[in-house]
Design a protein around this ligand. Structure first.
Ligand SMILES: [Ca+2]
Length: 187
């Protein structure tokens, strides 16, 4: 009885620990490596106008919420938060804390609905077209690649069309739809 209780408790503990690990990785990684006592030279967004934040973490979150922001520098002297459009060099400056944002958010991509069409059995292909999937990403830059182009010929049967959306950090999202071509006899 006691042994099985011990096994049950240790299994619960392991599950909790692994959940905690996933949670903490998810919380810390978006702000990248935070370096206290460092400035990022150049690449100032908004002409170097920094809005004040209470701390470095808030400055990081501001950068995360600003399209095109890749790094940030926060001043402990006045709380100025300076957003950076690229990953500049770190330079030692006592009053600053800086970090680079890692984009861990996947793009969003939406495929059209499944398509049902027909082709004659003695001429079993048909050209099928569809609207290109719409993809967005927090980086405002996303590449979309499809397994087929609209207007491609499809044979009688089912074919899955897949689209991949990739952001500059390599995060990828996939969507797909099915083209079903039913055979009909010629008249
Ligand atoms: Ca992204």
């Amino acid at each position: 009885m006691f042994v099985s209780w011990c096994i049950a408790m240790s299994t619960t503990l392991i599950t909790l620990l692994s959940l905690l690990q996933i949670f903490s990785v998810g919380l810390t990684s978006p702000c990248g490596t935070i370096r206290e006592g460092f400035d990022i030279a150049g690449y100032d967004m908004f002409g170097g106008q920094g809005n004040n934040t209470n701390n470095a973490e808030e400055c990081c979150q501001t950068c995360k919420g600003t399209p095109g922001c890749k790094g940030w520098t926060w001043s402990s002297d006045g709380g100025g938060c300076y957003l950076k459009s690229d990953e500049g060099e770190f330079g030692a400056t006592e009053i600053f804390t800086s970090g680079l944002i890692r984009d861990i958010d996947k793009p969003d991509i939406h495929c059209p609905a499944d398509i049902l069409t027909t082709a004659f059995i003695d001429n079993p292909t048909v050209s099928v077209t569809w609207p290109l999937p719409y993809a967005t990403d927090n980086s405002e830059s996303v590449q979309v690649q499809g397994s087929h182009d609209p207007g491609s010929d499809f044979f009688i049967g089912s074919t899955v069309v897949t689209y991949e959306a990739t952001d500059p950090s390599g995060n990828m999202a996939v969507c797909s739809f099915t083209v079903v071509v039913e055979g009909t006899a010629t008249g």
